[in-house]
Design a protein around this ligand. Structure first.
Ligand SMILES: CC(=O)Nc1cc[nH]c(=O)n1
Length: 104
């Protein structure tokens, strides 16, 4: 399987990505196939505007109920906010993946 070279984020997350406050994204299986060390183009989901590039540092499986304060900090959210955001985006999905990244 080829590895994706594009990722989309909601516009509401862009400031945190661009200022380095958000350093992970939590995705479902369908969006988990990023290769570690790859450079990925970032677009806004709503209008596909180009935002910049990130480097994928790690991709690790996680269950929803394993999300913790460290993940919340890496998302620049409270744990309660993070759980709510993930439940909204991926309702009923327990198997998730933490994609760690840095801006390049
Ligand atoms: C577009 C989209 O799904 N964006 C997401 C999903 C989960 N986490 C995140 O940071 N961004």
């Amino acid at each position: 399987m080829s590895h994706p070279t594009k990722i989309t984020f909601f516009k509401r997350f862009m400031t945190d990505i661009q200022n380095g406050a958000k350093t992970i994204t939590i995705r479902d299986f369908s969006e988990s196939h990023y290769r570690v060390s790859s450079i990925v183009d970032v677009y806004a989901l709503e209008d596909q505007s180009y935002i910049g590039k990130i480097k994928v540092l790690a991709v690790k499986p996680i269950n929803f109920d394993e999300l913790n304060e460290k993940h919340a900090l890496q998302e620049n959210m409270t744990l309660c906010e993070l759980q709510s955001v993930i439940r909204d985006i991926y309702p009923g999905i327990e198997q998730l993946f933490v994609i760690e990244f840095e801006l390049v």
